[in-house]
Design a protein around this ligand. Structure first.
Ligand SMILES: [Zn+2]
Length: 484
């Protein structure tokens, strides 16, 4: 246990952090590739000093206690405003983000109305300002008008208003021809298209990952091929479009299958301008949770990366059909989860995103197949990744990189975004506004409907203890969260 001391004068959420010190902690700074014992001082909102301890000064400080890292960046979240404020608002979403260690979030445009014209972006920005939270709120505009998949949205106006890319998330970009036009036009604007890859014809009526668990539970199968086919198609269109417009950028989000990740791996080797991400739930949970298993995905791996049988193992400890496990794409097999981890380790996946998708209880207290898709996950992402670190599956520095320099690197590949303040230095950099999280690996917290600040209590981790309690989150020099 690291003896760390945090001393702060009056700290107030939203206010500039006048003085804050962390002594004898473990600093992780993926941007510079450095980690080790150290101390930080924040003064008047500025990260005044980052000192690395050596020799006797560093004695007794290890990476099992208090950790200081750059603020996390979530490239994929749903804050539901405008239109679904019962499920989440920009204010409640920002509070949840800060509790999870995030200082920057990028919101998806599947609001009501959809973010397909600048007026909706203005409403979201007003809500962010009114919330008083210092969490930076970025947003994607819709690819298509009303996200209907028919005609392009007001992409030029949206770019001028400051969206950081285009997506029809919640749904895939419907047609290949529309995708091609969107990629080229977005590329000309210096922005990417973010695609939720799913072939809707293959997933019509689907309820759970196609395979053994869905068969036994009598749930309609959701084939891995629906993701692989759509990913391959998007990558083929990308290869075609990039020949016309060299600024084209594609990002594939929440990939969940070995096959789709393999397609991205090959595309990257071929030099295509593609980036990708995976989620904590697809890394750590397998479809057997729907049957009532509650072991981590790596504990469900059999010999040679096969998937174990939860019934034969006596691994079922909870009731089946818990609707908080219904998510799009669905939880896959333990082997697919292992493929997501392999992709994170080899860089095929550039980042971990939460796909934070809060829902009201009403939308989840129905039959499994009728429940809304989504997991409220922005507060549990760190804990899930730390569980992987604790299990020896993921190096701590890689976990932190996936939440910081990874997503920052993705943002930096989008020329129009790279040219703005959103691409400011993301690391433990002296002399700039402090943007960091302090958490205690040695301390855990229980996920409950009252400890989650999100309005969405739809977490399959409710009742579970997660490692890594977040002590302080500072966003752009201002206090976003504290629980010292
Ligand atoms: Zn999606």
């Amino acid at each position: 246990m690291t003896p760390a001391k945090s001393a702060g004068a009056e700290l107030r959420v939203g206010g500039t952090v006048e003085r804050f010190e962390v002594k004898r902690a473990w600093l992780v700074d993926p941007a510079s590739g450095r980690e080790g014992p150290g101390e930080i001082v924040v003064s008047d909102g500025i990260l005044e000093s980052v000192s690395w301890l050596e020799g006797r000064d560093a004695a007794g400080v290890d990476d099992l206690g208090v950790i200081v890292a750059p603020g996390f960046i979530d490239l994929h979240a749903h804050f539901r405003e405008p239109g679904f404020e019962d499920a989440e608002t920009v204010a409640s979403g920002c509070a949840a983000a800060a509790h999870g260690g995030y200082t920057t979030v990028a919101l998806m445009p599947n609001t009501s109305p959809a973010l397909d014209e600048p007026g909706v972006l203005a409403r979201i920005r007003d809500a962010a300002r009114a919330s008083g939270s210092p969490v930076e709120v970025l947003a994607f505009g819709a690819v298509s008008a009303k996200r209907a998949g028919e005609t392009l949205s007001a992409m030029g106006e949206l770019a001028d208003a400051g969206v950081i890319g285009f997506s029809d998330d919640g749904a895939p970009v419907k047609a290949p021809r529309l995708m091609r036009s969107a990629l080229v036009y977005a590329g000309m604007l210096g922005l990417p298209v973010i695609d939720h890859v799913e072939d809707p014809e293959l997933t019509a009526g689907a309820e759970a990952n196609e395979g053994y668990v869905a068969s036994v539970l009598g749930l309609a199968g959701w084939p891995a091929a629906a993701e692989a086919a759509a990913a391959s198609r998007a990558l083929a269109v990308l290869a075609d479009a990039v020949a016309d417009e060299h600024g084209v950028r594609l990002h594939l989000t929440h990939l969940s299958t070995a096959a789709a990740l393999d397609a991205v791996r090959r595309a990257k080797v071929a030099g295509l301008p593609v980036t990708a991400d995976v989620t904590p739930h697809h890394l750590a949970l397998a479809d057997e949770w729907i049957a009532g298993a509650r072991r981590w995905s790596w504990e469900a791996l059999g010999p040679e990366d096969g998937t174990r049988d939860p019934w034969a193992d006596g691994a079922l400890v909870a009731g089946p059909y818990n609707t908080s496990l219904r998510v799009n794409p669905p939880l896959r097999t333990a082997a697919d989860a292992a493929a997501c981890l392999a992709a994170l380790l080899d860089g095929t996946a550039d980042a971990v995103v939460t796909d934070h998708a809060p829902h009201t209880t009403v939308d989840k207290e129905v039959e499994f197949g009728l429940a809304s898709n989504g997991i409220s996950g922005i507060e549990t992402a760190l804990g899930v990744l730390l569980a992987m670190v604790d299990a020896g599956r993921l190096p701590l520095a890689r976990a932190i990189a996936a939440l910081t320099s990874g997503p920052a690197g993705v943002l930096g590949k989008w020329p129009r975004v790279a040219a703005t303040a959103s691409a400011r230095p993301r690391g433990l950099v002296e002399g700039v506004p402090a943007d960091l999280v302090v958490f205690d690996r040695a301390d855990s917290w229980r996920v409950t409907s009252s400890t989650l600040l999100s309005k969405g209590k739809n977490s399959p981790l409710l009742g579970r203890e997660l490692p890594g309690r977040v002590l302080v989150t500072i966003a752009c020099g201002r206090l976003a969260w504290q629980d010292l």
